[in-house]
Design a protein around this ligand. Structure first.
Ligand code: EPU
Length: 433
């Protein structure tokens, strides 16, 4: 495992546009994690390709192995999963608490085995992350919920979960995924209304359908799952969709510092709002089928616009931090409104230390005045996305930055420094043993 003490040292470009070359996007973290959880509702082995080699995937593999799932590395970024020898439905506390997506496993375990115990899941420090919607949905499906100390125990009725109509108070991404996976083994039909429509949810639903599930409404906010069809039977290798958040982060970096950078292996359709927001600001983006290219002769100047985070296809909360860095380099006074998570703007204080002009109005809103020159600093990566935003800020800044605590960056981005180095960024990993 990578040490939490590892750091990145970045020598900033001081505003120069010199990055050049090709940078490849890997498979999506938030798409692959529910796919791995889906191994628990599959008969026999199933194989997933384009798996990003990131810390959250390693933790999910550890959790699945601990449950008794056979996890096999077929080749680089290709894994097979076989759940025929699952021996427990108790999620290991220590591993589960390290990443919130562990909570997705509660759905397939409860649906297939009728019970699951788990701790309150951990994750990034981006505000309170309750699990009330999960508990509400499982109760709707007939489960009993009990809580002792730090542990939740869910128990299905004797004959298994019972199909129900679940209206989500918020279109929670992982709750939608967990309910779909639970409902596959429920008796009758389950309808999830106000379901999340993020591409990662749709990718899970499409995979399940390809493996024999009967689900209507893929890609819409109403999903109808016909349960009790037995375990699924995936026939083909399923390829993880490209990570739109990684592509978006690279696009912001390229917008600020590229001479000629092409981002490959991405899905531009999943990034429309980011592409449009940057284009409106004056960033020249050439969109191909699975590529994004930014070229510039000399300096560019940008006019920023504020934004409000929103569920897909609106502005993703996971792109809020990189876009805030962009706005520090754009002309104007722009308000950023983080509507999804409270506490996901705290990192802006570090950008202020770097020279940005950002005023916090309240935990959900900041005002960014730009453009401002940034200076390299020592920073502590607070969460996956703000961690990458610090790398972008450090790349733009003058002088050297040290970004500590890069375990957070490694949770979501595979060896990002190697890919950034290949396009000309002076970045290195300092390993602290
Ligand atoms: N919420 C509740 N109660 C619940 C569940 C969620 O109040 O029981 C609230 C959350 O606190 C939040 C809102 O609902 O205010 C939406 O959160 P959601 O449940 O959709 O988030 P999530 O499923 O925990 C996924 C991604 C996050 C991403 C969000 C929003 C995965 C593994 N994680 O989290 O990704 O920010 O959706 O799109 O898919 C990241 O990749 O860095 C990351 C944090």
């Amino acid at each position: 495992m990578i040490s939490t003490k590892d750091a990145f040292v970045v020598r900033g470009l001081g505003g120069k546009r010199s990055l050049s070359g090709i940078i490849k996007v890997n498979g999506s973290k938030n798409a692959v994690l529910p796919l791995l959880a889906a191994s628990l509702v599959c008969k026999g082995s199933f194989t997933i390709s384009n798996v990003p080699l990131i810390e959250d995937v390693f933790r999910m593999n550890e959790l699945l192995s601990d449950l008794g799932v056979a996890v096999t590395t077929e080749k680089k970024r290709v894994y097979s999963y076989d759940s025929k020898n699952v021996r427990t439905t108790e999620l290991d506390h220590e591993i589960s608490k390290r990443f919130r997506a562990s909570v997705i496993l509660t759905g397939p375990l409860l649906g297939r085995f009728g019970k699951v115990s788990f701790p309150h899941p951990g994750g990034c420090v981006i505000g309170e992350r309750p699990i009330d919607i999960f508990l509400y949905g499982y109760k709707k499906l007939g489960a009993e919920v009990s809580e002792t100390g730090d542990e939740f125990l869910l128990t299905a009725p004797r004959g298994g979960l019972i199909g129900a109509s679940i209206f989500l108070p918020l279109p929670s991404v992982t709750a939608t995924e967990a309910f779909v996976l639970a409902a596959l083994q429920a008796k009758g039909i389950t309808t999830i209304k106000n379901a999340a429509v993020e591409p990662e949810v749709t990718s899970l639903v499409e995979f399940l359908i390809s493996a024999g599930a009967s689900i209507k409404g893929a890609g819409t906010s109403t999903l109808e799952i016909h349960g009790k069809k037995g375990l699924l039977n995936p026939r083909n290798i399923y390829k993880t969709i490209p990570d739109r958040l990684e592509a978006g982060g690279f696009l912001v970096l390229a917008a600020l510092a590229a001479k000629d950078v092409t981002i490959t292996n991405c899905e531009p359709e999943h990034l429309e709002i980011i592409i449009e927001t940057l284009r409106r600001a004056g960033v020249p983006i050439e969109v191909g089928k699975s590529t994004l290219r930014i070229r510039s002769e000399g300096q560019l100047s940008f006019i920023g616009s504020g934004f409000k985070t929103h569920e897909y296809p609106g502005f993703p909360t996971d792109m809020q931090a990189p876009m805030t860095v962009f706005l520090t380099q754009a002309k104007g006074e722009n308000l950023i409104f983080e509507t999804i998570f409270e506490g996901r703007l705290a990192y802006t204080q570090d950008l202020v230390r770097m020279g940005a002009d950002i005023t916090m109005w309240d935990p959900h809103r900041v005002m960014v005045k730009g453009p401002r020159k940034l200076k390299g600093k020592v920073l502590d990566g607070p969460d996956i996305r703000a961690g990458l935003a610090f790398v972008i800020a450090a790349a733009v800044a003058k002088g050297q930055s040290v970004i500590n605590n890069i375990y957070y960056i490694d949770r979501g981005y595979e060896r990002v420094e190697e890919r950034l180095k290949a396009i000309g960024l002076d970045i290195s990993r300092v390993i602290v043993s």
